[in-house]
Design a protein around this ligand. Sequence first.
Ligand SMILES: Cc1ncc(COP(=O)(O)O)c(C=O)c1O
Length: 447
Amino acid sequence: MKTASAQYKGPLYLYNLNKIGCQYAKLRDYLPPNFQILYTLKANSNLTICHKLAQLGCGADISSTGELQAALKTGFSASEIVFTGPGKTNSELAVAIEMGIGIIVLESANEARRLHGLAKKYGKKQDVLIRINPLYRKSQSCEIREKASSCGNSDPNSVQPSLKSQTIVSISSKFGVDEDKAIEEIAVIDSLENLNLKGIHIFTESNVLDYNQLLDSWTNTIDIANRINDQGYHISLLDFGGGIGIPYNAVDTEFDMESFGQELPRIFDNNPYPYHCIVEMGRYMVGEAGCYMTEVVDIKESLGQKFIILDGGVHQLLRLSMKPASKYMEVLGKNGDYTQKATLGGKLPTPLDIMVEDVMVPEDIEIGDRLVIYNCGAYGFNHSLTNFALHNYPAEVAYSDGKMEIIREPGNIEDFFLNQKLPFATNLENEFKEHSAISNQQSAVNF
Ligand SMILES: Cc1ncc(COP(=O)(O)O)c(C=O)c1O
């Protein structure tokens, strides 16, 4: 961390590729052999990270043609790619078929009909899953924890007792088809000869630390699949999506993968139908492997509240529903107690740009200090408001086996102008080009 801070100026993401290797190894070691592990590119589609996960042996979960290209570029094999997500257009589906990707997860009977037409045109029979919105689910995502977890592993010494997850009625969803309509939709898919329905996809939980919650949820998925088989539709593949959580404080323990792995075979015991299974992991795979580093540029007070203004903001790290996650941070080089309450604000000219409120910072924090926000390797770089106010993209740096390398240069101002034209201002076109050249030189000096 210190070396990176000394070596690279400007805001940046720093990733530890070795940590990604450890996370993958835990999944591989503890999941049963009938489980295939996919990496969900939407968590972080940096090419170095994708390449690392492809090398480790993962398949890929992609949700766009861009992610498909990133996956293919970095060594995932097409047959081990699963295309998930709503709103797939005909041209995206056609590219997927042409590339020979393994499985397409259908979101509706309409999507099935469109895909069928395309598969027929290409003379292919495409393997598909149907995504189902279950009638009941476990209570949704865990809250972001600031101290001992309310929904993490049950720790007898924990200050707060662990909450039991509850079964709740599912809400309407733009994802997939409702469980009570699934058989109708499956009948449609089954009648389309260029589609091969292999199974179902159900993903309702996110950032779960209590493995029992996932076991309950996956058991529900198995029950749903069994009922579909009972009705004569032969399905053999279950895609459980993602959902394994990571701690966002210094107190919570990690998801107990070992116990999860020991308990998991139990939910398949004596099941009347054999299943192959898929998991699509994002947060668990890369979340803890990344941190965001930036500098304090101003310190001020307003109506008694202390503001730390950073050379960063929500254009580089936006976690709308997870703001408190950014309390898991450190001011480098300050060893004193964190006794001052402050709000971390970014540099964007909008009140939206508050990274976190009521975070404790050291008494002697000062302008120029570097601040590190932990555990933002997943849904960090890829989830931010990159175009707001035209501040550059942050750099990305990776550490692996004792070596540190830059894996994405900081953005150029020029990037924001890409694909734009000035057809109504011919004279401006030339000035525009000159200014772009100057500002690019400036940003290179800054880094
Ligand atoms: C379809 C699908 N699969 C997998 C994931 C990854 O989930 P997680 O990051 O919880 O592992 C997501 C995340 O949004 C998703 O939409």
